[in-house]
Design a protein around this ligand. Structure first.
Ligand code: BF8
Ligand code: SF4
Length: 627
């Protein structure tokens, strides 16, 4: 099977092969054949009598059915994804609180307008309060959202339509605490608890809504602390590494460290020059923390997800600074083959072979400078003979927060910014909207499904949004540009993107795909959908809006997909999740859930077929609205 369709990745993989350096693709091949029970989701290791592996009507030793085992495993995956996203949010809530209490001087409130908007949404009066006071109240409401309480999680209940709130309450899936939703899943899936597959899935959905809340909170608080993104032009792919600069990559998810590194990196340009790097310090991003600094600072993106080791294999990366999530331990192995310093920074993410420099908000700036100096030190050991930077890099226009999209639309209609979008959906110029999210997956030739689906949907006049590593795939392949709009968009979509782009002063069309940020920023796309639904006076489950994770990998992606379904969206997954061993579970997820929430999963590994199915779902929604 082809490993990637990205030319830069192909070039580096050839070097890896020649030198015998192992990557994820080699280790994945060595795993073959993978365990059939695991693939089907019917392996249970929940108690010490296991592992139990069941097929068909067989039962685990305790009597658990295949469907119960599959549903338990799925619910636990959702809980893990929720824990990751909301752990990230909780971290930011603590940072905001410290900022408000004057204990984190490096974290001033950068976006007071966003602070006020978030406070208003939460029902916190802002009148006459200083920013710090308001920030403290917002941080306290955020932290209170984690524990069990009598009322719904504020970030879940205030960021969806009223119709969704009622639906969630009706089906008993409105979370009343983010951490408690996670621990409830762990409780009900432990030995001898919930054995009813449907009840387990509803528990998973409740937890997924806690995931939505945590993600939305992470986005809101990051905007307050680091500013809300605006359109920005940058570059993407391994060609953003520079032979004459100290190249430092930030990798992981939380901007609490990477944003500070982005703020101070150029202060050490002279030190970099002094060790023989005339280009100074060149900061690049990997994965979602890369997206965070790309959206707010225009920091170029080196690569994402499955190809992260390849950044090291260029021989030009001097340091790779990580915090948490999606950081492959394999990075330490490839870093050993070069001079690259792998630097871990968080107490919950240490990797054997890495240098650990613990990060704290109180000493953010100081730690950021110390970390950059590690890269400058490492540069001295760089072997120019081992440097192979592929020439490939693409222009990428990013920074499309909800606010930035509304701002662009307001250039067309200042009084009623959503009207041009809604009018064009109604008149069919824009048939619908697809949010592309999620990872690359070693099972899929890297980027292939994203690119094939996007071209197909764009030609059918579907407006495309993207986040996470999906946005990275589009960036690498030049789809975050107005040129891509001219080349691939259908006539109606092209006319709309051109009109808005011109009005917004871009001198050409908006990009074919609007990059909305990191994975937690999927909630920005949800905000757009909620605003459109409220304006139209219909609920989310009637909008011609769909979601797709064509190359999904992580438990976080499973949690996101699940809340997208609960939010009412037809949601495509391009890799087969481990649920097929539970036929009742598979049927609930792809069919029956529609009658409860309106959304449902579409599992389709062929990208062209997947695009067709999503167009079908959009057409069905359009018929429902009689447009
Ligand atoms: O949170 S898309 S591989 S980096 S999980 Fe991870 Fe998947 Fe990338 Fe961002 Ni999201
Ligand atoms: Fe086996 Fe039941 Fe234990 Fe799972 S919980 S390992 S099915 S005995």
């Amino acid at each position: 099977m082809e490993r990637t369709i990205d030319l830069a990745s192909k070039a580096i993989l050839q070097i890896a092969e020649r030198e015998g350096y192992p990557t994820i693709w080699d280790r994945f091949a060595a795993q073959m054949p993978q365990c059939g029970f695991g693939e089907l989701g019917t392996c249970c290791r929940i108690c010490l009598q296991g592992p139990c592996r069941v097929r068909g009507a067989q039962l685990g030793a305790c009597g658990a059915t295949a469907d119960a085992i599959v549903a338990r495993n799925l619910a636990r995956a959702i809980a893990a994804g929720t824990a990751a996203h909301s752990g990230h949010a909780k971290h930011l809530a603590h940072t905001l609180l410290r900022s408000a209490q004057g204990q984190a001087a490096d974290y001033p409130i950068k976006d007071e307008a966003k602070l006020k908007a978030v406070a208003a949404r939460l029902g916190i009066p802002a009148d006459g309060k200083a920013a710090d006071e308001l920030a403290r109240e917002v941080a306290q409401v955020a932290l209170a959202d984690f524990s069990e309480k009598q009322t719904p999680v504020a970030w879940a209940a205030t960021n969806v339509t009223q119709g969704r709130v009622e639906t969630f309450l009706k089906h008993g899936v409105m979370p009343t605490g983010i951490d408690s939703a996670i621990s409830e899943v762990m409780h009900r899936t432990t030995y001898g608890c919930d054995a009813d597959p449907v009840n387990l899935l509803l528990g998973g959905i409740k937890c997924a809504l806690a995931d939505f809340a945590g993600m939305h909170m992470a986005t809101d608080l990051a905007d307050i602390l680091f500013s809300t993104p605006k359109p920005v032009v940058t570059q993407a792919n391994l060609g953003v590494l520079k032979p004459d600069a100290v190249n430092i990559a930030v990798h992981g998810h939380n901007p609490v460290l990477s944003d500070v590194i982005a703020q101070v990196a150029h202060e050490l340009d002279e030190e970099a020059r002094a060790v023989g790097a005339p280009g100074g310090v060149n900061l690049v991003g990997i994965c979602c923390t890369g997206n965070e600094v790309l959206m707010r600072h225009g920091i170029p993106s080196a690569t994402h997800s499955v190809s992260q080791e390849l950044a090291v294999l260029t021989g030009a990366l001097d340091a790779i600074v990580v915090e948490y999530q999606c950081i492959m331990p394999g990075l330490a192995t490839v870093a050993e083959c070069y001079h690259t310093r792998l630097i871990t920074t968080m107490p919950i993410t240490k990797i054997p072979g890495a240098t650990h420099i613990e990060f704290s908000e109180e000493k953010a700036r100081e730690t950021a400078l110390k970390i950059i100096r590690q890269g400058i030190e490492a540069f001295k050991q760089r072997d120019p003979k081992k440097v192979n930077i592929p020439p490939h890099r693409s222009t990428a226009v990013a920074g499309f927060s909800t606010e930035a999209i509304v701002e662009a639309l307001s250039q067309v209609n200042a009084e009623d910014p959503l009207k041009p979008l809604i009018d064009n959906i109604v008149n069919g110029n824009v048939q619908g909207v697809c949010l592309f999210a999620g990872c690359n997956n070693v099972r899929v030739p890297q980027d292939s499904s994203f690119i094939a689906m996007a071209k197909e949907l764009a030609s059918k006049n579907v407006l495309l949004l993207a986040t996470g590593c999906g946005a990275g795939a589009f960036a690498r392949h030049g789809l975050l540009t107005g040129d891509a709009t001219s080349e691939y968009a259908g006539d109606g979509l092209k006319a709309v993107l051109t009109a808005v782009g011109q009005a917004a002063g871009l001198g050409g069309p908006l990009p074919l795909v609007l990059h909305m940020g990191s994975c937690v920023d999927n909630t920005r796309a949800a905000d757009v959908a909620v605003a459109v639904a409220n304006k139209l006076g219909v609920d989310l489950d009637r909008l011609p809006v769909v979601a797709s994770a064509p190359e999904a990998t992580t438990e976080k992606a499973i949690a996101i997909g699940t809340w997208a379904v609960a939010a009412g969206l037809p949601t495509h997954v391009g890799v087969v999740p481990p649920v097929l061993g539970g036929p009742a579970v598979a049927k609930v997820l792809t069919e029956d859930v529609k009658s409860l929430f309106g959304g449902y999963f579409i599992v389709e590994t062929d990208p062209v077929m997947a695009a067709e199915k999503l167009v079908g779902a959009i057409e069905e929604r359009r018929r429902g609205l009689a447009i």
